[in-house]
Design a protein around this ligand. Structure first.
Ligand code: 5GW
Ligand code: MN
Length: 291
């Protein structure tokens, strides 16, 4: 008897794909993940059979600890439902990590790290810390890493459809922009420099990932570039996001996450956006930053 799970679905339509109003594939054949372009049941079954564990890294330094509770609660509802997840929480305030009820197979791992006085440093040092812990710990515990900002909430399913060797996410403010207006670092003196005639997309610093090996390579290289810049007395215009964008020009992601995976309701609700899966939480900049 065949014990394989039967899945009933229409065969892919070569001439009439489910949607043709937006780009679904990069020129290097990496899928761009939009609702309606994939069969979640097939993908979910593939990853379930591999018994994959995903690490979700998030930094909550200083006052940003206030975002953790809602972040974790909404992740429990929407992130990798039915799969094993390790939440890696980098913080300088381990005693203030909220206790959140977790489903089976999911756990919180608190990693105490130091705080830096400059916010730019807090943001940039994420590359150093992720690369360090990837080599020391994550490689032994999870298959994939998903690295995100904490001032966010999950609002719809974010599952195994995002996983790939190396993935980046479109920055919500630039999905419709021309290459010339991408805010890449434009000063040749910086190691994040991208010439005006290069680059595919403007990627968000707040959502990238891949296998632990690929995330290690990415974060190590970005951290080395940040250190070189510091030696040379220069800081990239958008800190580690600039270095991430440089990296992706020369190491193409194998999957790209669409606007569904990183949206800010202040930008309205374009028609192409069928699902708002991961949303920016508005913050009072003056109150939350510094201190
Ligand atoms: C503090 C002041 C200014 C900017 C960032 C910070 C800050 C960032 C902080 O004090 N603590 C902290 O943990 N972060 C981490 O860096 C958070 O994970 C945060 O989501 C990430 C990026 O900073 P954001 O979210 O303020 O950047 P934007 O570009 O989303 O506004
Ligand atoms: Mn943010």
């Amino acid at each position: 008897m065949c014990r394989k799970k039967r899945m009933i679905y229409k065969n892919p339509q070569v001439l009439n794909p489910p949607r043709n109003d937006v780009l679904m594939m990069t020129p290097w054949f990496a899928p761009i993940v939009w609702e309606g372009t994939y069969n979640f049941e097939i993908l979910n079954e593939q990853f379930r059979q591999r018994n994959v564990t995903t690490g979700l890294t998030v930094f909550a330094i200083k006052k940003y600890i206030v975002f953790l509770k809602q972040f974790l609660e909404t992740a429990e509802t929407y992130f990798m439902v039915g799969h094993k997840v390790n939440y890696y929480i980098f913080t300088d305030r381990p005693q203030e990590v909220p206790s959140v009820a977790l489903k089976e197979g999911r756990k919180i791992v608190v990693l105490q790290v130091q705080n830096y006085p400059r916010w730019q440093e807090i943001s940039m040092r994420r590359m150093e810390m992720i690369s360090h812990f990837s080599q020391q710990q994550f490689i032994n515990e999870v298959s994939y890493l998903v690295c995100v900002d904490v001032d966010m909430r999950f609002n719809d399913q974010v599952g195994v459809e995002i996983l790939s060797n190396l993935f980046g996410t479109l920055h919500p403010a630039f999905y419709a922009a021309e290459r010339q207006s991408f805010t890449y670092e434009r000063r040749p003196a910086s190691r994040a420099y991208v010439p005006h005639d290069e680059g595919d997309f403007y990627y968000a610093g707040g959502f990238f990932g891949g296998t632990v090996k690929e995330v290690y390579k990415l974060t190590k290289k970005c951290n080395e570039a940040i250190i070189m810049d510091k030696k040379n007395g220069i800081e990239a215009i958008w800190q580690e996001e600039s270095h991430l964008n440089k990296y992706f020009v020369y190491h193409k992601p194998t999957k790209i996450l669409s606007l569904e995976y990183l949206w800010d309701d202040n930008l309205g609700g374009p028609e192409i956006l069928r699902k708002r899966r991961f949303l920016a939480v508005s913050k009072n900049h003056a109150a939350i930053r510094n201190k």
